[in-house]
Write a protein that binds this ligand. Structure first.
Ligand SMILES: Cc1cc2nc3c(=O)[nH]c(=O)nc-3n(C[C@H](O)[C@H](O)[C@H](O)COP(=O)(O)O)c2cc1C
Length: 213
């Protein structure tokens, strides 16, 4: 816990406005939350309350340093899809809805500034169920951010349904240095090159062209 608090202290001293706790995508906090990876038989394992204990403790420790209004938390809830062709990497919890709504309730009680939900973003990834979006909104009173395979149209749909406040773009931003301008003007987007996406050389970092009519 103290290492998280110290890291937050370092970030604030370095001049950041706040910190985000990465509790998604298989990182440490996710390993405590997941019934697949958490094999503990102490007060940090077993029941959902126990599997959320580590999350609760670091949220408290980091809030004490930065203030809960400068804290965000990222989760990546994975759901099964009814489409049997889709792949789930064996990561889906037996009850992701209850697990993550309970985790989000805990964050709401802690009064954190925002919740960041990373949706599955691979080609045949399952979508989040509509009732999950809605219950997230009912459970959490701060700002809600979604990311993962978003287009401007999808972001607008989720915004207009009242389910989200902020939308993150990853690959479209890598491939389009002028992404906001392109979205604003409904210009076409460059496709990202998956070969250069994870680095190697400088190719694919600064050489995507801006839009020219
Ligand atoms: C090149 C690349 C590296 C990424 N690395 C990480 C990572 O280390 N940890 C993580 O949680 N998400 C990572 N992401 C996922 C992004 O945080 C974000 O959720 C995702 O890119 C949003 O989906 P989109 O690219 O379809 O817009 C990465 C994404 C890309 C494209």
């Amino acid at each position: 816990m103290q290492l998280y608090a110290q890291a937050a202290r370092n970030a604030m001293e370095a001049g950041f406005d706040g910190v985000e706790l990465h509790c998604a995508n298989g990182y440490l906090v996710n390993q405590f939350i997941s019934e697949h990876t958490n094999q503990r038989d102490d007060e940090y394992g077993g029941s959902l309350e126990n599997r959320l204990r580590f999350l609760k403790e670091i949220v408290t420790a980091v809030s004490d340093v930065v203030g809960s209004n400068r804290l965000g938390v990222r989760f990546a809830p994975l759901f099964e899809s009814t489409d049997e062709d889709r792949v789930y990497l064996g990561l889906v919890e037996s009850d992701p809805h209850t697990t993550y709504i309970e985790a989000i309730r805990l964050l709401d009680q802690a009064g954190i500034a925002y919740l960041s939900l990373a949706e599955a973003d691979w080609d045949n990834a399952p979508d989040l169920p509509e009732n999950f979006y809605q219950e997230v909104r009912e459970t959490f009173s701060g700002r809600i951010m979604y990311a993962g395979k978003y287009s401007a149209d999808k972001a607008l749909r989720v915004l207009q349904a009242g389910n989200g406040d902020i939308f993150g773009f990853g690959r479209p931003f890598i491939a389009n240095p002028d992404l906001p301008e392109r979205i604003r003007n409904e210009w076409p987007l460059n496709d990202v090159d998956p070969v250069t996406m994870y680095g190697g050389t400088d190719k694919g970092y600064t050489d995507y062209p801006v839009y020219r009519s």
